[in-house]
Ligand binder design. Structure first.
Ligand code: FAD
Length: 464
């Protein structure tokens, strides 16, 4: 095992992988700190997840690792599940702005988020149509004498020609050396599939929510959705008016029909998880009840995936835990030269990425110190032990909803940045509660106008 030794310097050559929300804010903070940054982005625009793509993958469950990947998992009707006041970056609030806003709602459509990110991006730092295919540590690690520790290999995904775009790209490769690499490739693209006995031979159609775009293909069908996250709730409510029946297979004791929550759909039912699927088309649930269905829609989340990282076991993905990582960002043995932004699942992705980026940028220049490798390892071990003691499954390592405020404030403190305002905390938790209790209406009915006004006052003060 090798530890990278990097002398503090205010000017590092840093590669950022991905120009989604995480990569864009990382680039901005690294440049602000004085580092020289190149952002690699395999698409031809910034935005990552928020760059809606109507096309889907041919492999609807995403099982084939060699399949051509469609990055975004957005559906056409998607609106944010957070109010804009708490969703945006602290230093570039997601307020309605005359120069780019197209949807002024508090929970706007994905088009507004993309417009916001385009307004935020410093595009000159981004190398578009360029996919990172390999990141490797140069021998010896502490490569001051090599002019950098990391080799980043990339290839052109397509080449722009004078008369438009040539989609036949993919052969132009390049090799560059950097002092540090910041990984921001997102984690909502590689489907996680529910494996139930018999499902391989079940004759119906299976699709992961990554490949759901519009309700029309589900017209008159009996659909089983597995999982009960935001996508599953949104999609079930969207297809219910045209599908024959909608069945949600979920963990936990929630056998409450959705119409009991005031949505008025008599064709939505809740079930426990699937026990097994049969060759005759039946789906049998854990309580012994069964139905015949046409489609199973897996709304079962995503896997962390870093196909370009060759880390010789120093960082691994094990049952969807990326580790070991100090505070979900730095692998102790490779800190600060390798870092991950935006790994947390749920919570406040933009805000947390902003703080993580400030932290990484400050640590790389030596302005902020990290504990010793041993101390970071001990912290990680303690964190894993706490999760285990609390019965949290390994694949939930990066879901820290209950300690989100504490984590956010810890990062802010490291960076000398203000922690979360009181109004933000109240708004955030009210948003989660209404998402749970009023899934069909929370985006259009709320009672916290006073907090929204408070937020706007704060934004005006902080940016004037
Ligand atoms: P991404 O946005 O995924 O960006 C990663 C970028 O890396 C992409 O541009 C990709 O092309 C690029 N990339 C990947 N691999 C490579 C490579 N090898 N080389 C070069 N480039 C590469 N968050 C909210 O705050 N509010 C919401 O309402 C909300 N709703 C969501 C709804 C859905 C359906 C999903 C899937 C997510 C939602 N999120 C929401 C979470 C959302 O993912 C985050 O807000 C945020 O956009 C994540 O940004 P990111 O930069 O970490 O990743």
């Amino acid at each position: 095992m090798v530890q990278t030794l990097l002398k503090p310097s205010p000017c590092r050559r840093v590669a950022v992988i991905g120009a989604g929300a995480g990569g864009l804010v990382a680039a901005r903070e690294l440049r602000r700190e004085g580092h020289h940054v190149i952002v690699y982005e395999r698409e031809n625009q910034v935005g990552g997840t928020w760059l809606y793509m109507p096309e889907t993958e041919a492999d609807l469950l995403g099982r084939d690792p060699a399949r051509p990947v469609v990055h975004s998992s957005l559906y056409r009707s998607l609106r944010t599940n957070l109010p804009r006041e708490v969703m945006g970056f602290r230093e570039y609030p997601f307020v309605v702005r005359a120069d780019w806003s197209i949807d002024p709602r508090r929970f706007p459509s994905h088009t507004e988020v993309l417009a916001y990110l385009k307004g935020f991006a410093i595009e000159e730092m981004v190398r578009f149509d360029t996919e990172v295919v390999k990141v490797e540590l140069l021998k010896g690690g502490g490569g001051e004498e090599h002019g950098g520790c990391w080799r980043v290999k990339s290839r052109k995904t397509r080449t722009t020609k004078k008369d438009g775009i040539d989609w036949s790209g993919g052969c132009e490769e390049s090799d560059e050396v950097f002092d540090a690499v910041v990984v921001c490739n997102g984690h909502n693209t590689e489907p996680r599939i529910a494996e139930c006995p018999g499902i391989q031979r079940w004759p119906g159609k299976q699709i992961h929510s990554h490949n759901y775009r519009t309700p029309e293909p589900f017209k008159d069908l009996v659909v089983v959705l597995i999982g009960y996250g935001t996508s599953s709730v949104d999609i079930s409510l969207e297809i219910a008016p045209i599908s024959k029946e909608v069945h949600l297979a979920i963990r936990g004791p929630s056998k409450i029909a959705m119409h009991d929550r005031g949505h008025g759909f008599s064709n939505i039912w809740f079930h426990p998880m699937i026990k097994h699927a049969q060759e005759d088309g039946a789906i049998v649930f854990e309580d012994g009840t069964s139905i015949y269905a046409d489609v199973i829609l897996h709304c079962t989340g995503y896997k962390y995936h870093f196909p370009f990282l060759d880390m010789d076991g120093v960082v691994r993905v094990d049952d969807n835990r990326v580790g070991p990582l100090y505070k979900h960002v730095f692998p102790p043995l490779l800190a600060p030269c390798l870092s991950f932004i935006g790994l947390l699942s749920k919570g406040l992705p933009f805000r947390v990425s902003e703080l993580q980026s400030k932290w990484v940028a400050g640590v790389l220049s030596g302005r902020i110190s990290l504990p010793s490798v041993e101390e970071m390892m001990e912290d990680v071990d303690n964190f894993y032990a706490q999760l285990e003691a609390a019965g949290v499954p390994k694949h939930h390592t990066h879901v820290i909803l209950t300690s989100l405020v504490e984590y956010n404030d810890w990062l802010a403190d490291q960076c000398g940045f203000p922690g979360m305002e009181e109004w933000e905390k109240i708004m955030l938790f009210a948003a989660y509660e209404s998402l749970q209790n009023r899934p069909g209406t929370f985006r259009d009915e709320w009672k916290d106008d006073d907090l929204a006004s408070k937020g706007c006052e704060d934004f005006v003060r902080s940016i004037s």
